[in-house]
Design a protein around this ligand. Sequence first.
Ligand code: SF4
Length: 232
Amino acid sequence: MSLLSLIFSPSTIFNDFTDLPEYISGKIVLASSLGMEDQVLTHVVRTVRPDIGIFVLDTGRLHQETYSVMSKTQEKYEFKYQVFFPDTHAVQGMMSEYGPNLFYESIEKRKLCCFNRKVEPLSRALIGSSAWITGQRRDQSVTRSGLSVIETDQSHGILKLNPLAEWSRNDIMDFIATHNIPYNVLHDRGFPSIGCAPCTRAVGPDDDVRSGRWWWEDSDKKECGLHIKSKG
Ligand code: SF4
């Protein structure tokens, strides 16, 4: 277990966020999907490191419940998310050529949609930053089992911090309850992982956390391109 992994434990996360400048110089940003992990991180950032900006990638296909938690979080922590939308021309062209539900037709078309609605906006969101924070956890899926707490994001040439890598789902839920953090009500309706509305569905209590994401695809392909394998 790395030093950073130990530091980023549920009981000491506040200390480490306060000490982040010791490890990283330059601008640090938090990417929030409004999921439960990112709500934990938003609480920590707004409490001890409010200088860290928080951005949301609004794909245009999010659940209404996700917008609701976005509003509640802004009100509670008195800040505004920086919101990044897809490139209008890219989405217009994609929808005109392939229709509104292209993601169900093939992995290639699903990845094209994810690229236009998530990956390209992320690149814009990270311009000028030296590190970004994510809420990824190792036990979320087979694609994240080898996740490091600190990685080099080779796609963007910056550091990627995954402070919750070793947290369990129970750790997250306990932290949210203890600190009365707003969270997406879909988590109470069988959605442990929440993405775009047409690509997310409820799962059973014993199912893989991300099994409701792109459920028609193989489990080893369930990533949208935001978190392509980085160097740990
Ligand atoms: S999750 Fe689905 S709707 Fe959202 S960007 Fe990816 S393919 Fe498109």
